[in-house]
Design a protein around this ligand. Structure first.
Ligand code: ISE
Length: 334
C-alpha cells in the first residue's frame, strides 16, 4: 500500500510537490493537506484525489491522516510542525532551511535524538541533480586531479518584494552552503562577502549582486556570484578547477536554435524547471527510503551545519571574514 504523505503548506513549492507525488512518484499518495488558507487548500486537495484538508498539523495527526510529512512552508514555520511530527515518530521531508537559525535547529536535533534513528531529510535538492552527482563522483574519484577552486553562479531573474537582504544568504546561498561541502568533501571554514557595483535593476531595498567567498577546511576556495535581478532567466552553474583540468555543470542545455543569423539555447526561467528532475529524484528516493524505514539524503545535522554557515554569511554581509563554527557530529548522525 502507498505511503500516505501529508503536505504542509500549499504555496509554490507545496503545490509543486503535491502534483509531483500525485502524477510522478510511485509508492506514495497525498492523503492530507495542512494549509490554513482555504483557497490554497481547496486547490491542493482538488489536485490530489482522496486527500483531506486540515488547518493545523495537530488536527491531521489526531485524525491519523498521514504516515509521513512533507513540510513546504517558509522556514520560520518549520519548527512548530517538526516538533509534533517528531513526537508522533513520523518520517519527515523538510524543505530548506531546516529552521531559520542554529538555535532552533539545535532544538530540533535534540527532539529527533529521542527517536531510534534520524527521521528528518532536508530538501537540499541539488544533491539529486544528475550533473551535481557526476561532478561529486569526479572530484571523489581523483581522476581529474586535485580540486583547487569551485566557481559557482546562482542567478535568479527576479525575486518577489518579500525577498530581503539576509535572504540572499538564508534563502539562496543556503543551497551552496549545503552542496559545496558535499561536493568538495570538506567543511566551510570561513565566509566573506564582497559587493560589486549595485545593479540598478535590483529592488530598492536590496544591495546586490554579491560575491560570496568560502574557504574550505581542505584549502579549496569557493566563490559564488549571487544575483537575484539578472532578468534573462534562472541559472545555476559551477566550474570546478583542478590542477590541470576543468569540469563544468549547469550549462544551458535546452532547445538549440539557429535563426536570423544567431545561435541560441533556451534558458530556464525558474528553479521549478531547472531542478524539476532533481526534485522528482529527491522525493522518490525519500519515499523509497521511508518505506524501508530510513531516510536517503541530507539529514537534520546537515541542516544544522548549514544554519551555522548562514549565520556566518549574514554577519559577513556587514563585512569581514567570518569563521564558521564546526561542532562535533553526534554519533546519532554518523
Ligand atoms: C529559492 O527559495 C530557492 O530555493 C531557489 O533554489 C533559489 O535559487 C532561490 O534563490 C531561492 O529564493
Amino acid at each position: 500500500t502507498d505511503l500516505r504523505v501529508g503536505v504542509v503548506g500549499a504555496g509554490l513549492m507545496g503545490a509543486d510537490h503535491v502534483a509531483r507525488i500525485t502524477d510522478r512518484i510511485s509508492g506514495a499518495t497525498v492523503s492530507a493537506i495542512v494549509e490554513p488558507d482555504a483557497g490554497r487548500a481547496d486547490a491542493a486537495t482538488a489536485a490530489a484525489p482522496g486527500s483531506r484538508a486540515f488547518s493545523r498539523i495537530e488536527d491531521a495527526l489526531d485524525a491519523g491522516a498521514l504516515d509521513a510529512v512533507l513540510i513546504a512552508t517558509p522556514g520560520q514555520f518549520h519548527e512548530p510542525v517538526l516538533m509534533p511530527a517528531l513526537a508522533a515518530g513520523l518520517p519527515i521531508l523538510c524543505e530548506k532551511p531546516l529552521t531559520p537559525d542554529s538555535e532552533s535547529s539545535w532544538r530540533v536535533l535534540e527532539a529527533e535524538q529521542k527517536l531510534d534513528r534520524p527521521h528528518i531529510q532536508v530538501g537540499f535538492m541539488r544533491r539529486f541533480d544528475a550533473e551535481y552527482q557526476q561532478l561529486k563522483a569526479l572530484i571523489a574519484s581523483g581522476d581529474a586531479g586535485q580540486l583547487v577552486m569551485l566557481r559557482c553562479v546562482h542567478r535568479n531573474g527576479t525575486v518577489p518584494d518579500t525577498y530581503t537582504q539576509p535572504m540572499l544568504i538564508n534563502d539562496s546561498v543556503v543551497h551552496e552552503f549545503d552542496v559545496v561541502p558535499w561536493l568538495a568533501g570538506s567543511d566551510i571554514r570561513s565566509v566573506e562577502v564582497k559587493y560589486p557595483r549595485r545593479n540598478a535593476l535590483s529592488p530598492d531595498h536590496l544591495r546586490e549582486p554579491i560575491l560570496v567567498l568560502m574557504e574550505l577546511e581542505n584549502g579549496v576556495l569557493v566563490d559564488v556570484e549571487m544575483n537575484v535581478s539578472i532578468q534573462f532567466g534562472y541559472q545555476v552553474a559551477t566550474e570546478a578547477v583542478f590542477e590541470s583540468s576543468l569540469a563544468r555543470i549547469g550549462q544551458p542545455s535546452g532547445l538549440q536554435s539557429w535563426q536570423d543569423g544567431r545561435f541560441s539555447i533556451a534558458e530556464h526561467q525558474s528553479f521549478k524547471t531547472r531542478f524539476a528532475s532533481a526534485y522528482d529524484a529527491q522525493i522518490q528516493r525519500w519515499v523509497d527510503a521511508v518505506r524501508r524505514g530510513t531516510i536517503d539524503g541530507p539529514n537534520a545535522w546537515d541542516g544544522y551545519r548549514v544554519a551555522l554557515a548562514c549565520e556566518a554569511g549574514v554577519k559577513a554581509l556587514d563585512g569581514g571574514v567570518v569563521p564558521v563554527e564546526s561542532p562535533e557530529r553526534p554519533a546519532f548522525y554518523a
